[in-house]
Design a binder for this molecule. Structure first.
Ligand SMILES: [Zn+2]
Length: 222
């Protein structure tokens, strides 16, 4: 496809049954994406860079970086999908299939809702629960899904790096994209330094973020 980025990372093996599926949610895929997106992020990722099939929505729904593995990135995508499609997912909490079918509420708008709501909910639920296949390149299983590694910062143990990142962004009013980009370059060990550097730039636009990112790299001699 013409809008695909130039693929540089090795493509994971795609079993025949999954040949048209997004690795993240199982929807038909229309892209091949690189993980990590940028070469400099490889610093923070604990496996080889890979390329894998993704649907358009999963490919674009997460803006930040600094994910330690494809599984951490997948979890962030699922969280973003849940947030975006909260209304559809709430159908399953508010109704059972039978209640919806037997409901006596009338009216053409509601009839339409009854017919479409449950299938919509089921489809979204399936996408959220979907687990992609093993990540294999040249017959080598590249990385298995691991339990999260605890990450300690400021005397607090976080379940994973992402929780610490989320906490830091909220607490120090950081620009999410800038912080995760700089962290990707400096690495987990320099978490506090990354916060100090990024605190100076709380409000960025997509226009000046790039300039600030380069300025920070320069200021630390990279
Ligand atoms: Zn998807």
């Amino acid at each position: 496809m013409s809008h695909d980025p130039v693929i540089k990372n090795p493509l994971i093996e795609i079993p025949f049954n999954f040949r048209n599926s997004c690795w993240f949610c199982g929807e038909p895929n229309d892209k091949k994406i690189n993980f990590p997106k940028k070469a400099y992020e490889a610093n923070i990722v604990n496996h080889e860079p890979i390329c894998l099939p993704s649907c358009k929505e999963c490919a674009g729904i997460v803006q930040r970086g600094a994910f330690v593995s494809i599984y951490a990135y997948r979890d962030a995508i699922k969280q973003a999908l849940i947030k975006k499609h909260q209304k559809v997912l709430s159908i399953g909490s508010n109704w059972t299939k039978q209640e919806l079918a037997e409901s006596e509420l009338e009216g053409s708008a509601f009839e339409g809702f009854k017919r479409s709501a449950w299938p919509m909910f089921e489809m979204m639920q399936a996408r959220i629960n979907y687990k992609g296949w093993s990540v294999v390149i040249n017959n080598d299983q590249l990385i298995e899904e691991q339990d999260n590694e605890l990450f300690e910062f400021d005397g607090v143990s976080y379940i994973c790096l992402d929780d610490a990142v989320t906490h830091a962004i909220k607490t120090f009013f950081l620009d999410e994209q800038l912080f995760t980009r700089v962290l990707s370059v400096l690495g987990k060990a320099k978490f506090s330094q990354t916060i100090r550097l990024c605190r100076l730039y709380p409000h960025l636009t997509s226009k000046n973020r790039e300039a600030v990112f380069l300025e920070i790299l320069e200021s630390i001699g990279l």
